[in-house]
Structures are given as structure tokens and as C-alpha cells.
Design a protein around this ligand. Structure first.
Ligand code: CUA
Length: 304
């Protein structure tokens, strides 16, 4: 558990679980006791004596559960309000969920990362965040198990996800809405860095943008998460889900390469299936062109 909101959610779960354990223990104990104590003697064929109920017990087993369930309800409502409350000065990050990939961008001018798109989420610890989430195709759902909060991403509207990470580390981002064939591979990750670590990461991105060209392309290759699926010697990338770029790219033209990134289903490499690679058509032009430039620089024989 790695967020302020998650801590509150866990407290309710613990409270509810304790209630369940106690109630179950009492019911099970009485049941076992009754089975043993009131067992019919061998040869006893008589009917049991008629009982008309017991008002005191019935009132007790109505009132106690009512109090417990109401307490869970009230506590939950308080936590929902607390978890929805967003302190001013929070950071806004845009999230786009599409079949079948997550992408993140940082619209806040203070971050100086406008126009950049990332394939993984990078955030500083102990700072409140609001994710503004959109989808161009179908319904997805954003979930980081360790953060506990979960929110649907719905085409046509913007949904919001508020979180204050409290632990640094790398956590999985999982899509929890069945969204098509690639649903199970629709994963990314979030890196929660210290304040200083985030600042270094941010400045590295800014530098790459300032230098442009191949250095930006190398950064884009990492930022978009290409290495998770593809192998590329120049980037020490060893992914095996998609084609090995050092093998498949030689001989391709710039336009073919661009098409493979923006519209990957038009030409499928033998041995791989359609719909596996998401379209990167929403990547800003500057990033896309620098990525192409970088791949040209890195792969021998590309464009020849
Ligand atoms: Cu997107 Cu499941």
C-alpha cells in the first residue's frame, strides 16, 4: 500500500474484516454447540417441542448488525469524501487509454514538459496528483494495486483520479476493464521518485527536447516504452513481445517505418499478430520525427 488514499481504504477493509471474523466465529460456535448439545438420542423419534421464537434474541440480532453495517456505511462515505478532496497546488497529468496502451503527458507549465508524451507515468512522492483521463476508443479502467484507487476511463468524457503517493518505487498500472483482444497486455508502470529524483528526470527530458534530433529520439524510445516489447542493440533493449528492430528494420523506407509506428496493423511482421502493438498516432510530431531519426542512426541499413 503506497498512497494516502490507500491507507484510508485499507483501514475500512480491516475494520470490515474484523467484524466479519467476529460474527462468523460467534455463529459458527453456536451452530457447533447446538449440533452437539441438542443431538437426538438414538431411538428418539419424537418431534421437537414447538418454539414460538425469542423476542429478546431477535431484537439483539437485528440491532447489532444494523449498527455495524451503518458504521461501515458512514465510515466509507467519509473516506470517499476525504479521498476526493484535492489540496490546491496539486499536479495535473493527462492520461490517455487506448487499445492497448497507456500514455501520459504533463500539461503543467511548471513541469516544462508540454508536447511530450510518455509511455510510463513518473511522479514525485508525497505530492498530490490529479490524473485527467480520456479514451478515444472503448472503456478502460486505470488501476495501480498498491494505490488502491481505481477509476474507469470512458470515451467522450474526462474522468478524474486523485492520488498522493507515499512510497517511492515502481508499481504496475493495470487495465481492469475488458477492452478487447489486447486487454491482458494493457499494462504500464508508474515510477514514484523522490523529489530530487523527479527533478532530475524532468530536467533530462527538458534537455532532450532542447537538443532535439537523435538525443530526443533516444529519450522518446525509452519514454514510450518501446524497449518493453522490442529489442534494439543501441538502446540495450531486449523485449521479445514484438519484432527485433535490428533485424526487421534494415531495408525499410522512412515512410514504411513511420507507418509501422503510427499504423502498426497495416504491415504485420511474420510470426506476430495483428492488434498486438498499439497505434502511436497521438505522439506529437517532434517526438515522432526524432524517434525515426534515432532509429535511422541506430539500425544499420535502414532506409537503404
Ligand atoms: Cu484497456 Cu482493458
Amino acid at each position: 500500500m503506497a498512497s494516502e488514499e490507500g491507507e484510508r481504504i485499507d483501514d475500512i477493509y480491516l475494520f470490515t474484516s474484523i467484524i466479519c471474523i467476529i460474527v462468523f466465529a460467534i455463529v459458527a460456535a453456536i451452530t457447533v454447540y447446538a449440533v452437539i448439545k441438542f443431538r437426538a438420542k438414538p431411538g428418539d423419534m419424537e418431534d421437537g417441542s414447538p418454539i414460538h421464537g425469542n423476542t429478546a434474541i431477535e431484537i439483539t440480532w437485528t440491532i447489532i448488525p444494523t449498527i455495524l453495517v451503518t458504521a461501515i456505511g458512514i465510515w466509507s462515505a467519509v473516506v470517499v469524501v476525504q479521498n476526493d478532496n484535492l489540496p490546491s497546488g496539486h499536479r495535473v497529468i493527462n492520461v490517455e487509454a487506448r487499445q492497448f496502451a497507456w500514455s501520459f503527458s504533463y500539461p503543467d507549465e511548471r513541469d516544462g514538459l508540454q508536447g511530450m508524451q510518455m509511455g510510463e507515468l513518473v511522479v514525485p512522492v508525497n505530492q498530490p496528483l490529479e490524473l485527467h483521463m480520456t479514451s478515444p476508443d472503448v472503456i478502460h479502467s486505470f488501476w495501480v494495486p498498491e494505490w488502491r484507487q481505481k477509476q474507469d476511463v470512458v470515451p467522450g468524457i474526462t474522468t478524474f483520479y486523485r492520488i498522493t503517493p507515499t512510497e517511492t518505487g515502481i508499481y504496475a498500472i493495470v487495465c481492469t476493464e475488458l477492452c478487447g483482444l489486447g486487454h491482458s497486455v494493457m499494462r504500464s508502470r508508474v515510477r514514484v521518485l523522490t523529489q530530487e529524483g523527479f527533478e532530475i528526470w524532468r530536467l533530462e527530458r527538458q534537455n532532450a527536447v532542447d537538443q532535439g534530433g537523435v538525443s530526443l529520439g533516444a529519450s522518446v524510445f525509452q519514454d514510450l516504452g518501446c524497449a518493453a516489447c522490442h529489442s534494439l542493440d543501441a538502446a540495450s533493449a531486449m523485449g521479445t513481445i514484438g519484432p527485433d528492430l535490428d533485424n526487421v528494420l534494415p531495408g525499410q523506407s522512412v515512410d514504411e517505418l513511420r507507418q509501422s509506428i503510427v499504423n502498426p496493423d497495416v504491415v504485420i511482421t511474420e510470426g506476430f499478430s495483428e492488434g498486438l502493438m498499439p497505434s502511436f498516432s497521438s505522439v506529437p510530431d517532434e517526438q515522432l520525427e526524432s524517434l525515426i531519426e534515432y532509429l535511422f542512426e541506430s539500425v544499420e541499413g535502414l532506409g537503404s
